[in-house]
Design a protein around this ligand. Structure first.
Ligand SMILES: Nc1ncnc2c1ncn2[C@@H]1O[C@H](COP(=O)(O)OP(=O)(O)OP(=O)(O)O)[C@@H](O)[C@H]1O
Ligand SMILES: CC(C)(CO)[C@@H](O)C(=O)NCCC(=O)O
Ligand SMILES: [K+]
Length: 243
């Protein structure tokens, strides 16, 4: 089996694949990777890949060093099944590339906008020829709520769940609708602008956070919570002979 480790800014995701089939996903601490030894005992792991968007702690490095199989560390020098046109491949967050690879594998020969709603929200564009053109980074859901609270004297920390109005009628509903509608309109704006330029555009939405869309937009959006993990598995298989 393939072991996939996606270390994010909030949480680490550990996945097991049998060929292209996702068999299990475990959420783990991105500081300690404390679930890894147990995962390795439970599954017959042959190869592993890790992608991280944070500097690893000594403890996390120690868990990786103990892996009972070869480990591919995804980075700027890793051969990829898509062409990378990002001008600074060494500063690219490879979770972004993994999402792009996952989307391009699912729909080869299509223009695709990939939206990943995690700690940050990223918007990536890969064209029908399999070229990754780059994309944008904006604050994620929790980051927006926390920023409003942190940088003001009077704004409380509001949760995403709760009364949602088109226009707020008190501080809490104003903040909740401001953040949620802000993200929804931001995403819808990207989709409309990109669809003008690429009429056959497909849209992939991934990441832990879910959002509502008008029904017109909804019909063209594919949601896959595990797109990054699937992309990482694809990259591991692509490099199978090298590791
Ligand atoms: N143990 C868990 N089981 C199931 N879902 C979880 C667990 N821990 C976190 N989540 C969900 O996953 C979301 C985070 O998923 P996501 O893949 O976007 O990771 P992230 O770490 O926030 O993003 P990034 O990878 O950009 O840092 C959380 O908001 C939560 O809803
Ligand atoms: C944008 C995030 C935080 C999304 O997880 C990550 O991909 C990252 O840290 N990227 C580095 C900057 C860049 O991609 O150019
Ligand atoms: K992410």
């Amino acid at each position: 089996m393939n072991l996939i480790i996606d270390i994010g800014n909030t949480v680490a995701k550990i996945a097991l694949f049998e060929g292209a089939d996702l068999k299990d996903v475990v959420y783990d601490s991105n500081f300690t990777l404390e679930s890894l030894p147990d995962v390795c005992r439970r599954y017959p792991i042959e190869k592993a890949i890790v992608a991280t968007v944070i500097d690893l702690t000594d403890e996390a490095e120690a868990r990786l060093a103990e892996l009972p199989c070869p480990l591919l560390r995804l980075g700027a020098d890793t051969p990829l099944p898509v062409e990378n046109l990002y001008e600074t491949p060494r500063t690219l967050g490879y979770d972004r590339m993994a999402a792009v690879v996952g989307a391009a594998e699912r729909f080869p020969g299509r223009d695709i906008l990939v939206i990943d709603a995690g700690t940050c929200i990223t918007y990536e564009f890969v064209d029908a020829a399999g070229r990754y053109h780059g994309g944008n980074i904006s604050p994620g859901l929790q980051m927006r709520f926390r920023a409003l609270n942190h940088y003001t004297g009077r704004l409380p920390l509001v949760e995403a769940e709760g009364r949602l109005l088109p226009m707020g009628k008190d501080t809490e509903t104003a903040i909740r609708a401001g953040v949620l509608k802000g993200i929804e309109y931001e995403m819808a704006g990207y989709i409309r602008a990109m669809k003008d330029k690429y009429p056959e555009l497909l849209v992939f939405l991934t990441g832990g956070d879910e959002f509502s869309f008008d029904t017109n937009l909804k019909s063209i959006i594919f949601a896959d919570r595990f797109l990054v993990l699937k992309g990482l598995n694809r990259i591991l298989i692509y490099n199978n002979d090298e590791i």
